[in-house]
Design a protein around this ligand. Structure first.
Ligand code: BG6
Length: 506
């Protein structure tokens, strides 16, 4: 059911990659499903000069590149809703022109004051643009609501995030702010909530009494592609851990919320973040491993090392791999280690949560059974989305030989329905004003606070090594040392949920 109100959707950074690859194709999908409000205008804003028609033509080819289109006429219908204006982000007069453009648009389209401002710009503009919008009254809600959508990263560290928060809250209310973390828009990330809280069988086991440790991986086989300039100022910790991975930790570890109200869910995630055991500076080298990919040959093709990528300094010490071990000091998780890792140019693209259960108290069937063989519940976020449970089964024949068997469920067998993209879901939510799947300020600040000792050590302490790893491998071998028990190791996930091991199909 479409229950969005008429609105103008303003995208800052309209000539950028995100607009082309994700935002406009997502809004087009909503249009095709008849989920846009009856009166809707999309206003692209960026530095480059384009006419409305030039912008429409660009967006038409972006939609055709990133979506499967059978019928051009739908796209032609959609792009009629698009308009464009150029801006000098630093010049106050430019915002007056923008205001006039929006007023003019409202007149011709008969739309009220409801307006969304999506900041898909370099993060350095996240403070400036909202301040300038407020200076011309575009934050005022007397003629309709105004919402500000902010891409990640929200700040660069705790200090800059606090500064940005103060700058924004001077002119905008917290309810007007939507901080995008596209992982929260993924169906399978939301399914973590459903798996945990709609099944009575998991909850009794979901705690320190039965869980040995939790492992979360988000690996990518691609390198930094064309984003070297941005990535070199960010690194894996800021790009993936501070936001996406910690949100997944939050959903895995949170207490059951009292309802599905945004505030109820976000409060529980916040409590998890507040319970992270603070990391001591002197422990950083033992609980956090960083790495950077080196040139290598993958399937017979030579790929560049990180330092040879466009936009990256040849002396860069930015990490393209990060692995961490940490604890959540609360009643449920006391003493359970959490291991998380992420990296570029790893063997395959996988995001998954692995719950490793404890051994049975008395193991009848073999001596020295490794906990690598204990029950595991793998929640696969992407690709081959689904759930895998590993359970011990008797192999046929004499004696009691036990082997792990897989019970797996694949999302693709469950429904033929198309899974909407994360951006499609989140943009629709911004149009409806539903903040459930958006990070709130306190969460973001807690996440920065937790990571600050690592950020500082990696920046200042030359004794903390940056390990090189050949592109196409599972990162620095030293990451294995994070895992407490000697006989245990990270899972090596494969493209297919049910397989693992160093030599599987990637
Ligand atoms: C983005 C990061 O937020 O997430 C990228 O900036 C990363 O570096 C991407 O590639 C991964 O997203 P996904 O949805 O492909 O797992």
């Amino acid at each position: 059911m479409n229950n969005t109100e008429n609105q103008v959707y303003v995208i800052f950074g309209a000539s950028g990659d995100l607009t082309k690859r994700k935002l406009v194709p997502a809004i087009y999908s909503l249009f095709v499903q008849n989920l846009l409000p009856e009166k809707f205008a999309l206003l692209g804003v960026s530095r480059t000069e384009f006419s409305d028609n030039e912008f429409r033509a660009k967006m038409k080819s972006a939609i055709k590149e990133f979506k499967e289109i059978d019928d051009d006429s739908m796209v032609d219908e959609f792009i009629k809703k698009m308009f464009y204006t150029s801006i000098n982000f630093n010049e106050t007069a430019s915002y007056k022109n923008l205001n006039e453009k929006i007023i003019g648009l409202r007149k011709i389209t008969n739309i009220s004051g409801n307006t969304i401002f999506y900041l898909s710009t370099p993060p350095s503009l996240y403070g400036l643009i909202p301040q300038n919008l407020a200076a011309v009254g575009l934050n005022k809600q007397d003629d309709g609501w105004k919402r500000l959508i902010i891409e990640k990263p929200f700040g660069y560290d705790l200090k800059s995030a606090l500064k940005l928060k103060d700058e924004l809250l001077k002119d905008w209310d917290e309810e007007q702010l939507f901080r995008i973390d596209h992982y929260l828009g993924k169906e399978t990330v939301q399914n973590l909530l459903v798996t945990r809280f709609s099944n009575g069988i998991f909850e009794p086991l979901w705690n320190r009494n039965f869980i040995h440790h939790i492992e979360i991986t988000s690996s990518e086989n691609i390198g930094v592609e064309k984003r070297g300039g941005y990535y070199d100022t960010s690194g894996a910790l800021r790009d993936m851990v501070q936001n996406h991975l910690l949100q997944v930790v939050g959903l895995t570890a949170m207490e059951p919320p009292s309802s599905l109200q945004p505030i109820a869910i976000r409060n529980e995630i916040l409590k998890v973040f507040q319970s992270f055991r603070p990391i001591k500076k002197e422990d950083v080298k033992d609980i956090a491993i960083r790495g950077q990919y080196l040139s290598s040959s993958i399937k017979g093709k030579t790929v560049s090392g990180y330092r040879e990528e466009d936009g990256v300094s040849p002396e860069s010490v930015t990490e393209t791999y990060a692995a961490l071990k940490f604890y959540i000091d609360n009643w449920r998780w006391g003493g359970v280690p959490f291991y998380i890792r992420t990296g570029k140019r790893l063997p395959t693209r996988v995001t998954e949560v692995v719950i490793h259960f404890k051994q049975t108290p008395h193991f009848l069937f073999a001596q020295n059974r490794l906990c690598d063989d204990c029950n595991q519940l793998v929640i696969r976020i992407q690709p081959d989305e689904g759930i895998l449970l590993k359970i011990g089964m008797k192999t046929p024949g004499a004696g009691f030989e036990v082997q792990n068997a897989n019970m797996n469920f694949h999302y693709s067998d469950f429904t033929n329905q198309r899974i909407p993209s994360a951006y499609e879901r989140l943009l629709y939510d911004t149009m409806k004003g539903d903040a459930t799947l958006f990070a709130r300020t306190e969460e973001v600040l807690e996440a920065w606070k937790f990571l600050t000792p690592i950020i500082e050590c990696w920046k200042n302490d030359e004794d903390v090594p940056l390990f090189g790893y050949p592109a196409g491998t599972w990162g620095p071998e030293h990451a294995d040392d994070l895992i407490e028990e000697k006989e245990m190791r990270w899972r090596y996930p494969c493209k297919n949920l049910a397989d693992d091991g160093v030599y599987c199909e990637l």
